[in-house]
Design a protein around this ligand. Structure first.
Ligand SMILES: [Zn+2]
Length: 342
């Protein structure tokens, strides 16, 4: 089986030859180029080169392509700072009032920066890898996360807590869904095999399960449905412990749920079995500060718990830190190859 067949099998709950493995490594890949991170994250050619070099070194089955968590916000008009040692950061409170969303236009991903650069990177990766690796070209942030970036996290949490303008909360989430969906279509047109949304602000660490269900959930579900209607696979990434919202998270219908190490693997597997594919959930802290042997042990445990019945892709639980040791990344990928046989 090649990487594409292996991931297709996993997503269809069939048995691949072994557990597929992804890397969420845009930061260490950019660091390994020796160029300043802001330069790599602004330039589709440099970003593609970085991701290609990492794929050639580690031999993972799935590339997660992105330039951080501020791409959509910047394309919508937010000010973004490109950091020297980590992903770009968007400045908050771009929308002074909720109703300001009514005058915003959905950006054209082929023209808006930096979406157009990530599209360029997707095209280069698709051409250079020629079907040998799965490219998850990430549509950056989902409805809730992008809304929190455009409105400002504190402001948006207050909007939700006071519920004075519920229609405008939904209008903002709907706008953000349209931004991410239009971008997702373009990423697939440029050669992505799947796409994703990051929704860390929608997780129970930030938002109550009641408000998750009430606000972002229906917008995430609608996005999944619109993409699915065109045969496009969406991953939904929510950081932290997602068990309190697991049933709703699964009910978004996303083919892949990206879970981090705070989510109990056994319990989420029980709920997800036969319904969705789990991707994760190796602790990025362990990957940064542990030994290769410790990483290997964590991977073996994750495989034992989540691989049975298919529907599992091994990978980091979230984005790898910029200075994650190369030996630990090798240990992660090799674990799938050594211990992931079906
Ligand atoms: Zn995360």
């Amino acid at each position: 089986m090649n990487s594409i067949e292996r991931i297709h099998a996993a997503i269809r709950f069939q048995k691949p030859d072994r557990v597929p493995v992804d890397l969420h490594n845009f930061q260490p890949a950019a660091r390994a180029t020796g160029k300043p991170l802001p330069e790599v994250f602004r330039d589709g050619e440099l970003l593609a080169e970085a991701m290609l070099a990492a794929w050639r070194e580690f031999g993972h089955d799935m590339i997660l392509l992105e330039n951080g968590t501020a791409c959509n916000a910047q394309a919508c008009g937010a000010t973004v700072t490109y950091m020297d040692n980590s992903a770009p950061v968007s400045h908050t409170a771009f929308l002074k009032e909720l109703k300001d969303v009514l005058s915003l236009e959905v950006p054209d991903p082929y023209k808006a920066f930096p979406m157009c650069e990530i599209l360029k990177a997707t095209r280069i990766l698709a051409k250079e890898t020629a079907g040998q690796v799965w490219i998850c070209a990430r549509a950056d942030q989902g409805p809730m996360d992008l809304a929190a970036q455009l409105r400002g996290l504190d402001n948006f949490m207050l909007d939700i807590a006071t519920e004075e303008e519920p229609e405008l909360i939904d209008a903002l989430l709907d706008y953000c869904r349209r931004v991410a969906t239009r971008y997702a279509f373009a990423l697939i047109e440029c050669g992505g095999h799947s796409t994703s949304i990051g929704e860390p602000v929608a997780g129970p660490d930030m938002l109550s399960p009641k408000h998750y269900r009430q606000y972002p959930w229906k917008h995430e579900k609608r996005m999944v449905e619109e993409l699915k209607a065109r045969g496009i696979i969406l991953h939904n990434h929510i950081c932290g412990n997602t068990l309190p919202i697991a049933d709703d998270f699964i009910a978004t219908g996303a083919e892949v749920l990206e879970i981090d190490h705070k989510t109990d693997a056994r319990r989420i597997k029980e709920k997800a079995r036969g319904k969705t594919t789990l991707l994760g959930n190796i602790d990025t802290g362990l990957l940064y500060s542990g030994t290769p042997a410790e990483v290997g042990a964590a991977c073996r445990e994750a495989i034992e718990i989540m691989a049975p019945g298919g529907g599992f892709i091994l990978g980091p639980g979230c984005a790898l830190g910029t200075d994650t040791p190369t030996a630990n990344i090798h240990a992660l990928v090799e674990s799938a190859k050594k211990c992931g046989r079906y």
